[in-house]
Design a protein around this ligand. Structure first.
Ligand code: HAM
Length: 442
């Protein structure tokens, strides 16, 4: 029989790598809390319409990459008799594994009428997202994002350029606090809903003259979604794309002033950035500010660590009230890869404080009691087994822990234990009541 493996584009995360994930997630929670964000958890699958409307029908995500369970699948299930007892309303709904979380957060904002609080909602999330992309290093079909959204009624200041600058400053602080060095921030403004038609008209006109010389995908995009041409990575297309009209030249005064204010606030607090006129990003909901943090070490071609931007019209696109917003999502897989490459490779497993080795099976229960005491005092304890020979206990202990304590009949009777420290080779006799203190040092 073939052995079963994780599905292409998915992977298992194992210790000790998961320790690094905990560190990244704990740092994010700590930093975001300082900016007064709270956590939101939205469902992993949603109505397909949410992404079609929010992310955009013509985007790669919606047109090619979603994991969708269509009503047709349901017909098949029904034929196989797997549908007994399901409500008719469930059967007709097309469902999709979320490819991103912003649309879900805005749906929840609308559904729970969070706008009626009159307050700015500052929400962060962590969790798996799903896109059927071609897997490669840093690009998976199930990947993890750590993201945040700031959204609210205009009266709460949700449109203010200060919000954009604050989010970017928070990200810079987060990466600095994690110790990521060498990140780069690129920003752009893609204009408001009012600016976009003027720019698109100019872009379409320019593309009509040159599209024939671009790659097949771009020829298609030139008709369906011309902004996406600016995302093209095909080397031969680059000089032609660089010569296309720039969105910055089509912003109205209000959009221009908004972007200038974002840049001025970043300058003032010393967050470094580059302007990138082609940064339109692959999702349709963006308006005004867009940004990406990249990192060149360890990521290969998938060098975008995180991306985000403003989406002032998204709530209305989803049938909600006016609720401008800005947010980002960090590719946690890519962030972990970056930290690993900075550290010079995979993390070494960290060791337990002590390996407790019962000598003889009769001592197993007493060893469990001692392990329980030590663990309750906060120590990390690996418990051996009395059936192991002492030599085997030492070998295991050396791999798994920084010290070993043997627990034989004599030790149980006398309450006097010997602690051996592997790093120093030192041995120390300790009375049982002082063992936890003796083990808590380095
Ligand atoms: P996005 O640019 O599609 O934006 O994704 C954000 C980040 O997720 C990327 O920069 C990348 O690090 C990571 N990512 C995307 N696809 C994959 C993949 N297949 N494998 C590994 N990592 C991946 C969004 O998702 C928006 N919702 C961000 C946002 C929030 N905009 C406003 N608010």
């Amino acid at each position: 029989m073939n052995t079963l493996k994780a599905v292409r584009g998915t992977r298992d995360l194992l210790p000790p790598e998961t320790e690094l994930w905990h560190h990244v997630e704990a740092t994010a929670r700590r930093v975001f809390a300082r900016y007064n964000f709270g956590e939101i958890r939205t469902p992993i699958f949603e109505d397909t319409l949410l992404f079609a409307r929010g992310v955009g029908e013509e985007t790669d995500i919606v047109s090619k990459e979603m994991y969708t369970f269509t009503p047709a699948d349901d017909v098949g299930r029904e034929a196989r008799g797997q549908d007994r007892g399901r409500a008719a309303s469930d059967k007709a709904q097309s469902l999709t594994l979320r490819p991103e979380n912003t649309a879900g957060v805005v749906r929840a904002y609308i559904e729970h009428k969070l706008g009626e609080t009159g307050l700015l909602q500052k929400l962060y999330y962590m969790g798996p997202q799903f896109r059927r992309e071609r897997p490669q290093k840093g690009r998976y079909r199930q990947f993890f994002q750590i993201g945040a959204e700031v959204i609210g009624p205009p009266s709460a200041g949700s449109e203010s350029p200060l919000r954009d600058a604050e989010v970017l400053e928070m990200l810079a602080s987060f990466l600095d606090e994690l110790g990521v060095t060498g990140w780069r921030l690129a920003i752009n403004s893609v204009g408001s809903a009012a600016d976009r038609p003027r720019y698109l008209a100019a872009l379409r006109e320019a593309l009509a003259a040159v599209a024939g010389s671009l790659c097949g995908d771009c020829q298609h995009r030139a008709h369906t979604n011309p902004l996406r041409v600016l995302d093209c990575k095909v080397p031969a297309d680059q000089p032609v794309i660089d010569a296309l009209p720039k969105i910055a030249d089509y912003l109205d005064d209000a959009s221009r002033a908004h972007f200038a204010a974002v840049c001025a606030a970043l300058d003032r607090c010393g967050v470094r950035y580059e302007l990138n006129a082609r940064l339109v990003r692959g999702i349709d909901y963006y308006t005004r500010t867009t940004f990406e943090f990249t990192h060149d070490a360890g990521l290969g071609t998938q060098n975008a660590l995180l991306g985000g931007g403003r989406y002032d019209g998204l709530s209305e696109m989803l049938g909600g009230p006016r609720a401008p917003g800005i947010g980002f999502a960090i590719g946690a897989d890519r962030l972990v890869l970056t930290l690993q490459s900075q550290a010079g490779g995979a993390a070494a497993p960290s060791k337990a404080d002590v390996f407790l080795a019962p000598v003889g099976e009769a001592q197993n229960p007493a060893a469990l009691v001692l392990a329980r005491e030590l663990r309750r005092s906060g120590l990390r304890v690996e418990l051996g087994d009395g059936s192991f020979r002492v030599k085997k206990s030492f070998e295991l202990a050396d791999k798994l822990a920084r010290r070993i304590v043997l627990l034989g009949e004599d030790e149980v009777a006398s309450g006097m234990l010997t602690v051996k420290n592997f790093a120093t080779g030192e041995q120390q006799k300790v009375v049982r009541g002082e063992l936890a203190t003796a083990l808590s040092g380095a």
